[in-house]
Design a protein around this ligand. Structure first.
Ligand code: COA
Length: 330
């Protein structure tokens, strides 16, 4: 039997804390407005010159140590990021070189806020087929450089932050691990949460004129995102639970993508879950896109919130739109 468990977790946040009060100095907003609408108190921004691969290094070191493994044990790197260091090559390649991994496969996936759960589904399949025993899965983002920190971008800029989470997915003979993953997308909504530039459809891919229009910043239609998120989260969680003969009552801990406290709270109520059964750390880090679930998981582990045989659920919703869930018997 080739079951896939998460054998180690790690996370890393940049040191630079940006509070709501710091944002008040840059745009017309208030700490009260941001907290009431999103639950966010502060987020972290990298210093110039640090990309997602750089953030992923300490997170990976922590995850490898936690799993009792070294770089030479890893057979595949999956790197989920919507904000790669460069257009080419991928951030997984950068990490492979900078951490001295063997010449293993290095795969970037671009599925925005659902990137970690999609990545977990890929790792799960490789382990199930017996192809690999240890896979490194990263979720890392530098969103701060895509924020329009002026009044024009204030509804989006207040939400996002930088960070990295890492897990090792390992094979086991034990009767536990990832039970299933469920992935979805609907590209009809692509412009509701997107970063248009640089674009290979443009010649040049970006110009000063395009930048003056702010088209290189992340754009979000908050109301449309909200409306879809509060239906898709419960749907995809229920899909995963039902596929395994489980109900919300069986869930020990739901770790949702940390999109926004109001979304998480609405999902929690719809699923009739207790406050203790839903993990949240968005007040400290904002929305870190693909990094939010692995960061939250690593923190939940260190707070002793996860025990053997617990039913743990990951769920995500974000740009694309994409949404996904994973059900794990820990
Ligand atoms: N500070 C103060 N006021 C702001 C503001 C800010 N940062 N951003 C927008 N506003 C203003 C708007 O201009 C608007 O003013 P008006 O009424 O004079 O036109 C007012 O606040 C209400 O704006 P609105 O867009 O209706 O707010 P909202 O209630 O929809 O809240 C979000 C905005 C972004 C907080 C909300 O839509 C949301 O949470 N969406 C989901 C976002 C999310 O989770 N994204 C991540 C997905 S992975």
């Amino acid at each position: 039997m080739n079951n896939a468990i998460i054998s180690g977790t790690g996370f890393h946040l940049p040191e630079n804390v940006v509070t709501n009060f710091d944002l008040e100095k840059l745009m017309d907003t208030t700490d009260e407005w941001i907290q009431e609408r999103t639950g966010i108190i502060e987020r972290r921004y990298v210093k110039d010159g640090v990309g997602p691969a750089g953030l992923a290094i300490p997170a990976t070191e922590m995850a490898l140590k936690d799993a009792g493994l070294t770089v030479s044990d890893i057979e595949l790197i999956i790197f989920a990021t919507s904000t790669p260091d460069y257009y080419a090559p991928g951030s997984a390649c950068i990490l492979q070189h900078e951490m001295g991994f063997k010449n293993i496969g290095a795969l970037d996936i671009r599925v925005q806020c659902s990137g970690f759960v999609y990545g977990l589904s890929i790792a799960h399949q490789y382990i199930k087929t017996g192809m690999y025993k240890h896979i490194l899965l990263i979720g890392a983002e530098v969103q701060s450089t895509a924020m329009d920190l002026t009044n024009r971008g204030r509804d989006t800029a207040i939400i996002f932050g930088d960070g990295a989470g890492a897990v090792v997915v390992s094979a086991t003979d034990e009767d536990r691990g990832i039970l299933s993953t469920h992935l979805h997308s609907d590209g009809a909504f692509l412009k509701e949460l997107w970063c248009e530039l640089p674009s290979s459809k443009m010649r040049p891919r970006i110009s000063q004129e395009m930048m003056d229009e702010g088209r290189h910043f992340l754009f979000m239609n908050g109301k449309e995102v909200f409306r879809n998120a509060v239906t898709k989260f419960p749907e995809v969680i229920m899909e995963g639970l039902s596929a395994n003969g489980l109900t919300p009552e069986d869930v020990n801990l739901l770790i949702p993508h940390q999109a926004n406290t109001r979304i998480t709270e609405m999902v929690r109520r719809r699923m009739k879950l207790s406050e203790e059964a839903v993990y949240s750390n968005i007040h400290k880090y904002g929305n870190t896109t693909a990094a939010s679930i692995p960061i939250a998981l690593a923190e939940a582990m260190r707070e002793d919130l996860i025990n053997p045989n617990d039913i743990i659920v990951f769920a995500s919703f974000g740009s694309g739109f994409t949404w996904a869930s994973a059900i794990i018997k820990w």
